[in-house]
Design a protein. Structure first.
Length: 95
């Protein structure tokens, strides 16, 4: 199913809040747009070369950093900061 904002909105409306942490992930050409939607709605995002072979139409992904930079740029445009390792460890009780 293609990533649709209405599907995610419906899902989030049905979740018992407050939800501590959530994200959606896309594969292929949906990878970056899905991460952007997640960030825009207050969720988290993750990405990497395993998600898509192309960074743009006809342009292969060179490395993970290229994918991460694209999602970081989206986060910056939405005034979102990447989570620090310390914050993630605390939030998920990981030692």
């Amino acid at each position: 199913m293609p990533p649709m904002l209405k599907h995610l909105s419906h899902y989030l409306d049905s979740c018992p809040f407050p939800v501590s942490s959530w994200q959606v992930s896309g594969v292929g050409r949906a990878a970056i747009p899905t991460a952007m939607i997640s960030l825009a709605l207050g969720g988290n995002a993750r990405t990497g070369m395993e998600d898509a072979a192309y960074i743009d139409r006809g342009e292969y992904v060179k490395d993970n950093q290229q994918m991460v930079d694209r999602v970081l740029t989206a986060g910056e445009l939405l005034n979102r900061e990447p989570a620090s390792i310390e914050r993630v460890r605390e939030e998920f009780a990981v030692d």
